[in-house]
Design a protein around this ligand. Structure first.
Ligand code: ADP
Ligand code: NI
Length: 219
């Protein structure tokens, strides 16, 4: 198992080394470390959690031309090619398949404790101070405006509509980031999310106040 983990880490590190700051190797490594911390509090199979965390964005639809299924399949093939047992490769692929957020009105799929932990860890990295930094890094990489008060947020009801949206980055807070607190499944992640959520609320209030100096009503 140690050899497999080391091999996977090397592949992921190489693949993500040139990615923009919202989805670089440091994001993967933070999710891995957060997931292992959640495991220490909540239980679950640590090896499965670590592999799934390392591979959770391996072929993300945002970076592969929009294919929602490719990531899980690629991960399964990679693990099999590295000699992983077939049931382990399948378990990791099943987690990779359910991690991604698919819209405000799209329910999360049920998953194992290990899946809940990896999904919670990925979502914790999307909120708080790091979440704010990542959102603007991603928005910048796609030439999105910081904010445009004339374009309101959309609560998407399909993964396709969510993926196609090209709105400004402040909308992303209302369409995803501020909703994540209530989607955390493990008690430890719920506790961590509450504090990170408060940081984002304060940031948004300050941002809008600076946008409209002197006009407190617009908040
Ligand atoms: P998921 O698979 O749930 O989308 P990821 O680990 O791939 O999770 O990362 C999603 C992160 O990418 C968001 O939390 C945010 O930082 C950034 N991101 C994605 N879409 C947008 C967007 N439309 N505007 C700004 N940031 C975005
Ligand atoms: Ni991620």
């Amino acid at each position: 198992m140690k050899a497999l983990l080391a091999e996977v880490e090397e592949r992921v590190r190489a693949k993500f080394s040139n990615q923009e700051g919202s989805h670089d190797w440091f994001h993967i490594d933070r999710v891995r470390r957060t997931a292992l911390y959640l495991q220490s509090q909540e239980g679950g199979d640590a090896a499965l959690i670590e592999l799934a965390a390392l591979l959770h964005d391996y072929s993300d639809h945002k970076y592969n031309g929009g294919d929602f299924e490719a990531g899980a399949k690629e991960v399964q093939h990679l693990l099999l090619s590295l000699g992983a047992a077939s049931h382990l490769a399948l378990q990791v692929a099943q987690i990779v398949q359910i991690v991604s957020y698919k819209g405000a009105k799209v329910a999360d799929q049920n998953t194992s404790l290990e899946g809940q932990i990896v999904r919670d860890a990925d979502r914790l990295d999307a909120i708080g101070a790091i979440g704010i930094a990542r959102a603007f890094s991603y928005g910048g990489s796609r030439d999105r405006a910081l904010y445009d008060p004339s374009i309101s947020p959309t609560l998407h009801d399909s993964k396709e509509a969510y993926a196609q949206d090209k709105g400004h980055t402040i909308n992303h807070f209302y369409e995803k980031l501020l909703l994540l607190k209530d989607r955390m499944e493990t008690p430890t992640a719920q506790r961590l999310a509450a504090q990170r959520h408060a940081v984002m609320e304060q940031f948004i209030a300050q941002f809008k106040q600076e946008w409209n100096p002197g006009n407190q009503d617009i908040l």
